[in-house]
Design a protein around this ligand. Structure first.
Ligand SMILES: [Zn+2]
Ligand SMILES: [Zn+2]
Length: 285
């Protein structure tokens, strides 16, 4: 396939996801499995694109990476999703009802406006949480395992310490009045962008896409192994526009990703990472 067509893969995927939710019958939108299927099909599609249009040979998926990635996707959907719904989204929805918080102007807006507002609001929270993780050591200890990954692949956005995964899932979009299909279109589109932003796919999308949304170029720079200091840019998980507005945008990309000595961490090391200073001191005693 011609490179210019490969470059259109991320925007074409976004368009397909938005079209699906915009046109899906209400029964499909309301069926609890639909959003999960859209998310998983997107992941599988982008993972397959890695096999066809590889970006870096050093990032090529193998059995061990794939098994770890699938474990984290299952953990993300099963555990993290459940926790953020139960502990945050449901209480927020109850609070919204109690306090009479309403955004009727949003519910009356066209589908695509609702989608973009939800994406921008959710990603604004993500941006500041992620930036805080790179600026405050206790939070960095939860986020560092995500930066210790030594190659980028479609599912790598799911990889991290469980505390970080929970914190980065938090948002206030439960306070907004939006149509369910617009909410799901925003969530799955954000997921697709973040998937491409971690994927070993040779797609460099058009300028307008990279102006608004995070690309593999800019996110690979965020994962650079050069130094910790060099990772402190391009915080947007899916929306890079916030980096441009708040002055943390940096142009460029990095093929060599990881942290410190670039050693790949096991799942156990990723989970114990925030406590390793304490565990080390205890072992020394
Ligand atoms: Zn980061
Ligand atoms: Zn990342």
């Amino acid at each position: 396939m011609k490179q210019s067509l490969v470059n259109l893969l991320p925007p074409a995927t976004l368009a397909a996801i938005w079209a699906f939710w915009g046109l899906a019958p209400a029964a499909w939108v309301e069926a609890p499995l639909t959003i999960i299927i859209v998310g998983l099909v997107t992941l599988a599609f982008v993972q397959a694109m890695e096999l066809l249009f590889e970006r870096h040979q050093g990032w090529r998926i193998n059995g061990r990476e794939l098994a770890t990635d699938i474990f984290y996707v299952a953990f993300g959907y099963g555990v993290i999703g459940f926790l953020s719904d139960t502990l945050v989204n449901s209480p927020l929805a109850a609070l919204k009802a109690d306090l009479g918080i309403a955004t009727p102007w949003l519910a009356d807006s066209p589908f695509i406006v609702q989608v973009l507002v939800v994406m921008l609001v959710f990603e604004l929270g993500q941006y500041w949480m992620h930036r805080a993780m790179h600026n405050w050591h206790p939070l960095w200890l939860t986020h560092a395992p995500h930066h210790h990954i030594t190659q980028l692949n479609a599912m790598k956005g799911f990889i991290g310490n469980p505390i970080e995964l929970f914190l980065i899932s938090l948002g206030v979009i439960a306070l907004l009045d939006v149509d369910l299909n617009a909410l799901f279109a925003a969530i799955t589109a954000g997921g697709a962008i973040a998937t491409y932003a971690h994927a070993n796919v040779r797609a460099d999308p058009p300028i307008w896409y990279g102006f608004l949304f995070t690309t593999i170029r800019n996110h690979s720079l965020h994962h650079t192994a050069l130094s910790y200091e060099d990772t402190r840019c391009n915080y947007g998980n899916a929306v890079i526009l916030w980096d441009r507005i708040f002055g943390t945008y940096r142009e460029g990309e990095s093929e060599i990703v990881g942290q410190d000595d670039r050693r790949r961490l096991s799942i156990k090391e990723q989970w114990l990472f925030p406590f390793r200073g304490w565990l080390g001191r205890r072992a020394a005693r």
